[in-house]
Design a binder for this molecule. Structure first.
Ligand code: GLA
Length: 392
């Protein structure tokens, strides 16, 4: 929705007055899947699809939340909002973030808020991180103004606060990748992020004659959060087993491929062993992929993307028939350099790097094949990359 349109809706809902605008993007992860919570390096990029938030401070402690595409309005107060855990149909990311900001000493003021999302929900493109980061930025900004603190907001701190909201209010023990990408993304760059240290580098995405094409299976990952936490527990179990023979490792990302191959039998459970195999090999792939991208070798980058999907399909087992189908069909098409699932999995999107001349053909062909096979349509986004969270 155009910003002017949003402002009109805001005024109709909340009356005339000052309007502040914040925005924060979704992300696509190019490579490095399900390793952020194991201390691995990941390579997401912020999208142009984003959450836009129009906000106005109030003089009391009432919080009103509304989205442009939803009929309901959530109304609460700063002192009562902690009671809403598990009770909301919508608005929990926002409330979770406000509560975490409070724990860090931010002064949460009453506020009227209107959200507009162009990141598809449940598509694995971090629509939730986009909401969280825009909300955290908005309230941190208002708090600093109220306290007379004149310093630039630390966007890494904002990302960490947003992640804690997921852990504590939503109940998903997510890594830091999504919130970091949403907060710290940069147009035409990937964020090469070491999730153990939070050191990062913006790597230029010189895609030359290629585009990033997302294919949304429109399968919402409803089982995602329980399966997600299950994978985290499996990683923990594998790590503990490996520590008995490799006492110096702190996280799975510290384990080299040779060490894993030498010691993998200490992981007795076969399924757990497969999970750890994915993590160890994926960590290695990301490093090589970053080099490939820096060397402008998109074809090689694409091969790592393909290998990443295979590992997620067979070893980590977080794909689904729809994702695997798009990947299998896509790989056989002319001009597709690499294709894999992106995000948490169990539904959502694939990301592909495709030669520009082949993009239309890909969309047309996959569209037909997908609908023929599954009886519902896939959606396609030929996407640009955008900047991280900011006030507009
Ligand atoms: C979700 C989580 C991230 C990350 C990915 C998988 O998007 O929020 O932290 O673990 O899944 O790579």
């Amino acid at each position: 929705m155009e910003l002017n349109e949003m402002k009109k809706i805001f005024t109709a809902l909340y009356g005339d007055g000052e309007m502040r605008v914040f925005a924060s993007p979704g992300r696509v992860n190019l490579i490095g899947e399900h390793i952020d919570y194991c201390g691995g390096c990941v390579m997401p990029a912020a999208l142009t699809m984003k959450t836009t938030l129009v906000a106005r401070k109030r003089n009391d402690d009432i919080i009103r939340l509304k989205a442009t595409d939803l009929d309901i309005m959530v109304e609460t107060t700063v002192s009562e909002m902690h009671n809403l855990k598990g009770k909301l149909r919508w608005g929990d990311y926002q409330i979770g973030v406000m509560l975490e900001l409070m724990k860090d000493g931010y002064d949460i003021c009453g506020c009227d808020l209107l959200y507009d999302d162009t990141v598809p929900h449940g598509g694995g493109l971090s629509s939730s991180a986009a909401i969280e980061v825009s909300t955290a930025l908005c309230f941190a900004t208002f708090s600093n103004e109220k306290k007379g603190i004149d310093k630039k907001i630390d966007m890494i701190e904002i990302a960490l606060i947003a992640q804690r909201a997921e852990h504590n209010f939503i109940g998903v023990k997510c890594g830091i990748m999504d919130q970091f990408a949403s907060a710290m993304g940069k147009k035409d760059h990937a964020v090469y992020l070491n999730c153990a240290t939070l050191e990062y580098e913006h790597i230029p995405l010189n895609l030359k004659d290629c585009s990033i094409v997302l294919t949304n299976t429109n399968v919402k990952h409803s089982l995602g959060s329980s399966k997600y936490n299950e994978r985290r527990a499996e990683c923990e179990e594998g790590l503990n087993a490996l520590k008995t023979v490799l006492p110096d490792i702190k996280e799975l990302a510290d384990v080299k491929i040779e060490q894993f191959e030498e010691h993998k039998d200490v992981i007795k459970n076969e399924t757990t062993r497969k999970r750890i195999k994915h993590v160890v090999y994926e960590c290695d792939r990301v490093k090589k992929s970053a080099e490939a991208m820096k060397n402008d070798d998109i074809a090689l980058f694409g091969q790592y993307m393909n290998a990443s999907h295979d590992s997620l399909q067979y070893d980590y087992e977080v794909t689904c028939p729809e994702l695997d189908f798009v990947v299998r069909m896509g790989r056989n098409m002319d001009g597709v350099l690499g294709i894999r699932m992106t995000g948490a999995g169990f539904g959502g999107c694939t990301v592909a790097i495709i030669k520009n001349y082949a993009v239309d053909k890909y969309i047309e062909r996959i569209g037909v094949l997908f609908e023929g096979r599954f009886g519902h349509k896939a959606s396609f986004y030929v996407t640009g990359t955008g900047d991280g969270g900011r006030e507009i």
